[in-house]
Design a protein around this ligand. Structure first.
Ligand SMILES: O=C(O)[C@H]1O[C@H](OP(=O)(O)OP(=O)(O)OC[C@H]2O[C@@H](n3ccc(=O)[nH]c3=O)[C@H](O)[C@@H]2O)[C@H](O)[C@@H](O)[C@H]1O
Length: 470
């Protein structure tokens, strides 16, 4: 007697035989068993389609957008419908803006401000783990609560970008997605090339060739492009060909890449050179944020000084002021002149670059002193000579051009802006400050919450912080 058949193939053949016309009386249960298994297999394949990246499927939206597609198909509306709903400006004549890096610090603030004034907004973010993704998720939840749909995916996913531009004719792109941080570039150089160079090219390719008509693009450059420039305050007319860090070099490369896409495809492009932007919902890797965390934890902070004990200073710029600059750049951006699909441009398109700084540099030691007073805790400082890490000693923005052409007027002192940041921080993380902090923060009485780890009230505090424009 032959041994029992064990392989799946053989088993399937056997089940198939039950389905032949004129089979035995066991046909019905066998058929339903087969149907059940086939359904399971189909469901499994569908799950694979929606959740795994697959080269054969490169023309369909990416892994994460296919997952979004699945979710929206399950929960109603469809991925494209969700994009359209979010992108459609509720006010007549409003913009429809694709915000890249929407779950980032500046991206969240700008998205909320655009939505609040009646523009349509769709976000794109890859939620990478450069810093706590929980913070990015909380920002995205805030956006979602205000009706801003955030697609999850990477700038380098051309199929995803094409799907976004196919879903809605965005009038503008506010491109804020980037690998940020000056010193981290020494540890992870490739991530800067991936996001700030390859990712930017991918976005501009899609904007020029997949969008019809092509949108105007406003994007985040950086004060770091001034590098070893010696002219002060930094003006757009100064040299930017001596970057001090790879971060700066990728941002400078972005400015040159912008020139190319403006020249060939007639894309309207505006670069904004941000100067050390800080505020509520900020980036934990930045000094004001990590100093706050470490001072409260009683840990040492390292403060850099220049050669010979010279002060290191930054033109710290409050997020509310920067948001106003970003929105003004969008409002004054002219249309791209290229035909959709990468067709020839009808004439020269706008190409601009602006400093968005605060115009008053403050030494880092002074930043620490303000935090000490706001937190009511003395910092344990370790002052060291600045290592060769890509940092520069000093930044100072001349914003005459932005003032003239965008109406940009930064109005927030470092002390006032940090007070708003600390208000948000204690609420978000549920920190109880010593009584000595109250004197420097009259607002403390309003926002006081003990213990806890940042519960639901964090969003409420953020709402008040976000609605305060400078
Ligand atoms: O304008 C920009 O284009 C950049 O701004 C920001 O870079 P930076 O100006 O370097 O900000 P940030 O790290 O907060 O350091 C602030 C100061 O603290 C000093 N610093 C820093 C760390 C430390 O441990 N000790 C210290 O003294 C440090 O030497 C510096 O003087 C963004 O991170 C960057 O993404 C980019 O947008």
């Amino acid at each position: 007697m032959a041994p029992p058949e064990k392989t799946k193939t053989v088993k399937l053949e056997r089940y198939g035989s039950y389905l032949r016309p004129g089979g035995s009386g066991r046909l019905a249960p066998a058929a339903s068993k087969l149907l059940f298994r086939a359904t399971l297999l189909a469901l499994f394949l569908l799950l694979l389609f929606f959740t795994l990246p697959h080269p054969i499927l490169s023309r369909s939206p990416s892994f994460s957008s296919r997952r979004s597609l699945l979710f929206s198909a399950l929960y109603g509306g469809g991925w494209e419908a969700a994009i359209r709903r979010s992108a459609e400006p509720p006010r007549g004549g409003g913009l429809s803006v694709l915000v890249t890096g929407a779950a980032g610090f500046i991206g969240t603030h700008c998205s909320l401000a655009l939505k609040e004034r009646g523009d349509g907004v769709v976000g794109l973010d890859n939620f990478n783990a450069y810093y706590a993704t929980s913070l990015k998720r909380r920002r995205a939840a805030l956006l979602s609560a205000r009706g801003v749909f955030v697609a999850e995916g990477d700038l380098n996913d051309g199929a995803l970008l094409a799907a976004l531009f196919r879903a809605f004719p965005f009038t503008h792109v506010l491109h804020l997605a980037a690998q940020a941080g000056v010193r981290y570039a020494m540890r992870s150089p490739q991530s800067y090339v991936h996001s700030n160079v390859a990712g930017f090219v991918s976005l501009l390719e899609a904007a020029a060739k997949r969008a019809d008509p092509p949108p105007a693009v406003v994007w985040a450059s950086s004060s770091s492009v001034y590098g070893l420039n010696e002219g002060r305050p930094f003006s757009e007319a100064h040299r930017t060909d001596r970057p001090a860090s790879l971060y700066a070099a990728t941002k400078k490369a972005g400015e040159e890449i912008a020139h190319v896409y403006n020249h060939i495809y007639g894309l309207s492009l505006t670069g904004l050179r941000f100067f050390t932007v800080y505020g509520p919902w900020g980036r934990p890797d930045m000094a004001y944020f990590s100093f706050t965390r470490d001072i409260l934890a009683g840990k040492h902070i390292t403060v850099f000084e220049a050669a010979g004990g010279g002060e290191v200073a930054r033109d710290f710029t409050f997020i509310g002021d920067v948001v106003e600059g970003c929105l003004a750049a969008l409002d004054t951006a002219e249309r791209s002149t290229g035909a959709g699909g990468g067709g020839a441009k009808s004439g020269p398109a706008q190409l601009r670059v602006y400093n968005l700084g605060n115009t008053s540099p403050v030494p880092v030691t002074k930043l620490v002193a303000i935090l000490e007073s706001l937190l009511g805790v003395k910092a344990k400082k370790r002052v060291v000579r600045m290592p060769a890490n890509g940092d520069v000693f000093f930044t100072h923005a001349n914003v005459s051009l932005a003032r003239r052409e965008l109406g940009y007027r930064p109005a927030t002192s470092l002390a006032a802006g940090l007070r708003k940041f600390v208000d948000w921080y204690v609420d978000y993380y549920g920190v109880r400050l010593p009584a000595t902090a109250a004197a420097a923060r009259p607002s403390l009485a309003k926002t006081k919450r003990a213990g806890g780890g940042g519960g639901g009230a964090a969003e409420d505090a953020a709402e008040s912080s976000l609605s305060v424009s400078a």
